[in-house]
Design a protein around this ligand. Structure first.
Ligand SMILES: Nc1ncnc2c1ncn2[C@@H]1O[C@H](COP(=O)(O)OP(=O)(O)OP(=O)(O)O)[C@@H](O)[C@H]1O
Ligand SMILES: [Mg+2]
Length: 327
């Protein structure tokens, strides 16, 4: 990611550079998360954040949504949540004897689903269907969801009681799976200073930076970013390694569910958006390798032996990345 002002680049890139700069000033040590949020928005993707409480997950998504010309909704998942609490319901209006659809919180642009793994499977599948199809069906009528439509879901890795793990097939609908670590002491101090100065200012919401026009223009420009044969092959080698192919494929002994074609499509799209943000007209292999771990980790499932020996999905992905040649 290039945080420098892009004076000689397209005015649309400058808008997104300003967005990244603004978010970086308000989220200490979270540049990777910020970049992935922005790429998700540019690629029509969704993002799953995993991290302990208090690591600024909610803050990141709220600040991000505030800076874009979007309507924002927040859903706190609980075990008694019903699909209709998300999609909305059809109600009968006695005064004019007709049914009327009351849209639920999914009819917004940016949706924060806190603790998605607390939602029961029916709600998860309603949500994930909306994410994949960008539409929902209530009482036989299909309703288009607004565009952009970005689901940012969070889950807490510590608690397992009363939670419903997201099945692999559903995890595949997220473009990124970002694991947030704890800040170091220096970052902690900067967070403290920032929050104390915010307390004094008492005003966090900034003006909208990214308009719908900027998003449309960005999509056109990203579509023109060239992705070479060599980079396409590199993406395929990475995904194929999760299925046992090539030198990286030896790590597939740990894998029960390999990556699907959504992984390679996601990687190509995200790498294009990353190249564009950097002001380039072509994708470099490093665009792919930088994003690869956050794209593949959520999408592959380890087998029992690997899990029992304490191997993490991310470490398997990093091994694959290490052993897969760029050209
Ligand atoms: N990296 C950071 N930069 C700026 N503020 C931070 C950072 N990390 C934590 N904070 C501050 O810590 C507090 C907790 O953040 P937030 O509520 O967003 O956490 P969360 O990850 O959503 O937690 P939970 O899982 O409990 O909902 C906020 O006041 C936030 O400003
Ligand atoms: Mg939160």
């Amino acid at each position: 990611m290039n945080p420098q002002p892009n004076d000689d680049k397209s005015p649309t890139i400058a808008v997104f550079s300003t967005l990244i700069e603004r978010l970086s000033a308000q989220l200490i040590g979270r540049s990777a998360l910020i970049e992935r949020l922005v790429i998700s928005l540019l690629c029509d993707g969704h993002i799953l954040l995993e991290g302990a409480p208090g690591l600024a997950k909610t803050r990141a998504i709220k600040l991000f949504a505030d800076a874009i010309d979007t309507q924002f909704a927040r859903i706190q998942a609980t075990p008694d949540l019903l699909p209709a609490d998300l999609t909305g319901t059809t109600v009968y209006r006695q005064q004019d004897s007709r049914f009327e659809f009351m849209p639920g919180p999914l009819f917004n642009h940016v949706i924060l689903v806190d603790e998605i793994n607390r939602a029961p499977p029916k709600v998860q599948s309603a949500l994930l269907e909306a994410m994949a199809e960008k539409q929902i069906t209530v009482a036989g009528t299909t309703h288009r969801l607004p565009s952009p439509f970005l689901v940012a879901a969070t889950q807490n890795p510590i608690e397992h009681e009363g939670t419903f793990a997201l099945p692999e097939a559903q995890l595949d609908r997220f473009l990124f799976f970002v694991e947030l670590g704890l800040p170091d002491a220096q970052e902690e101090r900067r967070i403290l200073d920032l929050l104390l100065s915010e307390d004094a200012a008492q005003n966090l919401t900034g003006q909208v930076l990214v308009t719908h026009d900027a998003l449309r223009q960005a999509a056109v420009e990203i579509q023109a970013v060239h992705i070479s044969e060599a980079v396409r092959d590199y993406i395929v080698r990475l995904v194929d390694a999760t299925r046992g192919g090539g030198p990286g494929g030896r790590h597939a002994v740990h894998i029960e569910h390999p990556a699907s074609p959504r992984a390679s499509i996601g990687m190509a799209r995200a790498a294009r958006a990353k190249a564009w943000l950097d002001g380039r007209d072509h994708v470099l292999p490093t665009d792919v390798s930088d994003l690869c771990a956050d794209i593949l980790t959520g999408r592959i499932g380890l087998n029992y032996q690997a899990r029992a020996s304490g191997i993490s999905t991310r470490s398997v992905v990093l091994d694959i990345l290490n052993d897969t040649t760029i050209t």
